[in-house]
Design a protein around this ligand. Structure first.
Ligand code: UDP
Ligand code: MG
Length: 325
């Protein structure tokens, strides 16, 4: 059991809300968060991930009327990993609650995470007990976790979602690592073993559409697989070697008159395909790891109520509002 004084309920909480085209969700989510957590020492950071639908205007209105509300707005859409990373970097309270803008995770479930954090954890991840998303999404997530955890042996908290409570210094450390493959879920277990998962309720989306498509999710998954495991490239290399041996055998068999020309051509094409696949995985692996260089930039900020770092701002167009020194 952690010291009660360290409980997020006592020390204060920064709520980070990534938003991409969520204009209709800003007010309702703000009201729900206040109704549930309004008694805490609260900071709310909305991260506008380059929305084009009035999301930023809705956030500005709330920020003008409530000094607990801050925001960061990106120059364009950089994806949810970048959006929450920016919020994590500038959180001022000792704990961060990450919650989506669409209210799929009820704010009341934050208490379940808080209660678990009080047992000495640095990070607590919500797991959807009754996920309210289309079947294809659920299957995709199951496949992702199976490949990542079981086949590639990447340590990812089982069933973990973005609805989570994390110590701010841990979250900031992860963002400041500037990993070539920023993947929060897989990085937490590398920095601490004091993490856990707890079941939480989940609701269907009632306003707006899901912003994460199949293309984005699969690209993000491949980044994780090749960035956090060398198994895909090793398996592809072994595959190339084996098909090379097979091609050699077939050539010998054809020279001995045992198989015809078509079989040889088919085998050579297969070999070519395997070689290209290996090559693409290897190149991806190298690009992702970037020769071990830190990723130069995950996002550009165009506007913020927070005193953001110069190197996070796009200086040409930013309007630094500098609420607090
Ligand atoms: N989001 C974001 N940038 C993106 C995509 C999504 O900031 O490029 C936000 C989105 O507005 C929402 C949260 O991330 O608050 C989760 O997105 P969404 O609800 O679309 O994902 P799903 O619940 O379908 O997995
Ligand atoms: Mg959602």
């Amino acid at each position: 059991m952690t010291d009660a004084a360290e409980s997020p309920a006592r020390t204060g909480l920064t709520v980070v809300i990534p938003c991409y085209n969520e204009a209709d969700n800003i007010q309702p989510s703000y009201r729900e968060i206040l109704a549930e957590l309004g008694t805490l020492d609260l900071e709310i950071i909305y991260v506008d991930d380059g929305s084009t639908d009035g999301t930023l205007e809705a956030i500005r209105r709330i920020a003008e009327s409530d000094p607990r509300v801050q925001y960061i707005s990106f120059t364009r859409n950089f994806g949810f990993e970048a959006a929450f990373s920016a919020g994590y970097r500038y959180a001022s309270r000792p704990w961060i609650l990450h919650i989506d803008a669409d209210q799929q995770f009820p704010a009341a479930e934050a208490w379940v995470l808080i209660e678990a954090a009080e047992h000495g954890h640095d990070a607590v991840f919500g797991v959807r007990t009754n996920r309210q998303d289309p079947r294809l999404r659920r299957w995709g997530t199951a496949a992702f976790h199976y490949i990542g955890r079981r086949i590639l042996r990447i340590e990812i908290p089982r069933g973990a979602t973005a609805f989570r409570l994390v110590r701010s210094d841990l979250a900031r450390e992860i963002v400041d690592l500037r990993l070539p493959t920023p993947y929060f879920l897989a990085t937490v277990p590398r920095l601490t073993n004091r993490y856990t998962t707890v079941p939480v309720r989940h609701r269907p989306r009632t306003r707006g559409e899901s912003k994460v498509g199949f293309g984005f999710l699969s690209a993000h998954a491949v980044e994780l697989f090749v960035g956090f495991s060398s198994r895909p490239t090793t398996a592809a290399s072994i595959g190339t070697l084996l098909s090379g041996l097979l091609a050699l055998l077939l050539t010998a068999a054809s020279a001995a008159g045992l198989v015809g020309g078509h079989a040889i051509a088919a085998m050579l094409l297969l070999l070519l395909a395997v070689v290209l696949f290996t090559l693409s995985l290897t190149v991806r692996h190298l690009v992702v790891l970037g020769g071990a260089q830190a990723r130069p930039r995950q996002f550009y900020i165009r506007e913020s109520t927070l005193p953001v770092r110069d190197d996070d701002r796009l200086c040409v167009t930013s309007r630094f509002l500098g609420a607090t020194p």
